[in-house]
Design a protein around this ligand. Structure first.
Ligand code: ATP
Length: 281
């Protein structure tokens, strides 16, 4: 078996928004991540590719402040990060959009957009939610990202999965995220919806955010990604920049490359012996 070739991304000389260097994480004896390095730059998309159990969720949890890494360094804008909670990660500008978005399905889109950060007006006993501002801001912020929702008053539960992802991305941009971590945003979507979501992922990048796109789909990653790392059973098996890898190579590495070739040989049908009904060649 040959190990996929690793092409180390070039050093651009800029301080990354987030940098992981040789990071490892163990759960007891289980190696969830080992020796993972990743750079996230403003205005770029860094893709993390991996199959089930590769360590993608663990990586998200470290960046999002849910878990601490056991070894290696984790830097935010060049400073060693020791996040103790997701709130702290958010305060440092790291927003994470999970696949099962935390929304209240029956509440309007604008209410979900501001959930937990509602603007108010008036003082003392007259203080109340500034509904007009929330409604108008939601509408204009979505439009700014190119999302033209028919009606921001509709319950968010009536939107498609893709539209909900887009609202979550627009929300992170509005609330000033510098880094946007997206947990498999296209995993449950069809081709068309995936395309729409990837468009808004690119819009977040164009707004100057550094994006971490977690996915198991090399086609989606290659469409928008600037950097790619591949995880396999917790280990980083390859690291590339866009100009150092082709889609075919990325797909081959993601699919298991030589492992897949071995499997193909194993699955190739052996000729059925003549006494079992096979024919002489
Ligand atoms: P999936 O796409 O299936 O969610 P993943 O790439 O997100 O997979 P992780 O969930 O990060 O992978 O898991 C990496 C490894 O660490 C797996 O072997 C998993 O069983 C193990 N693991 C993850 N979380 C824990 C935990 N809390 N305790 C023990 N082992 C864990």
């Amino acid at each position: 078996m040959t190990t996929p070739k690793s092409t180390e991304p070039a050093d651009t000389g800029r301080t990354p928004l987030v940098e992981l260097d040789d990071v490892s994480k163990y759960y007891g004896n289980i190696r969830a991540l080992e020796g993972v390095s990743l750079e996230v730059h403003a205005g770029e998309i860094s893709c993390v590719l991996g199959d089930n159990g590769a360590g993608k969720s663990t990586l998200i949890k470290i960046i999002a402040g849910l878990h601490r890494h056991d070894a290696g360094t984790f830097l935010i804008e060049g400073e060693e990060a020791d996040l103790s909670s997701p709130r702290e990660a958010l305060d440092r500008g790291i927003a994470t959009v999970y696949q099962d978005l935390a929304v209240v399905p029956l509440m309007p889109v604008w209410r979900n957009f501001f959930l937990g950060s509602e603007p108010t007006r008036g003082k003392g006993p007259l203080k109340r939610l500034d509904v007009d501002k929330m409604r108008e801001t939601t509408r204009s912020e979505l439009l700014r990202m190119g999302i033209d929702l028919r009606d921001v008053d509709q319950p968010i539960g009536t939107l498609s999965g893709g539209e909900r992802q887009c609202v979550a991305i627009a929300r992170a941009v509005y609330f000033g995220a510098k880094v946007l971590v997206l947990d498999e945003p296209t995993a449950a979507l069809g081709v068309k919806q995936s395309g729409v979501v990837l468009k808004y992922v690119a819009a977040a990048r164009d707004a100057g955010l550094g994006v971490v796109l977690i996915t198991h789909n090399p086609h989606h990653a290659y469409l928008v990604g600037d950097r790619f790392i591949l995880l396999k059973r917790g280990v980083m098996s390859a690291s590339h920049t866009k100009d150092s890898v082709t889609l075919d190579e990325l797909t081959r590495q993601m699919a298991g490359g030589s492992e897949l070739e071995d499997l193909r040989h194993e699955l190739e049908r052996a000729p059925v012996p003549t006494h079992l009904g096979g024919h002489d060649q």
